[in-house]
Write a new protein. Structure first.
Length: 119
């Protein structure tokens, strides 16, 4: 199994930045890809960004392109989500997730970290 713990959320003003972290432990050698998702109240969970665990192949939702950056530090088994120019519509609980192969579903999830952006 893979354990994931998110951190770095908080309450900020529109235009501010935050960096979320996702620390992985356990069978990290089995991880192929990692992603960030988010869920706002009353909404379904939505994809934010993804990348290969060892780097590269980054993908972003259109709503965050140019503002968010996903990256990883494999030495620390940590994935980051740098969020710039935050907007009130970015308010959500942010989750990281991993999968064991390119065509597999994301099967390990963290508990999430709350991001609140006020106007």
């Amino acid at each position: 199994q893979v354990q994931l713990v998110e951190s770095g959320g908080g309450s900020v003003q529109a235009g501010d930045s935050l960096r979320l972290s996702c620390a992985a432990s356990g069978r990290t050698f089995s991880v192929y890809g990692v992603a960030w998702f988010r869920q706002a109240p009353g909404n379904e969970r939505e994809f934010v960004a993804s990348m290969r665990w060892m780097g590269g192949n980054t993908n972003y939702a259109d709503s965050v392109k140019g503002r968010f950056t996903i990256s990883s530090d494999n030495a620390k088994n940590t994935v980051y989500l740098q969020m710039n120019s935050l907007k009130p519509e970015d308010t959500a609980v942010y989750y990281c997730a991993t999968r064991g192969g390119p065509n597999r579903s994301f099967d390990y999830w963290g508990r999430g970290t709350q991001v609140t952006v006020s106007s």
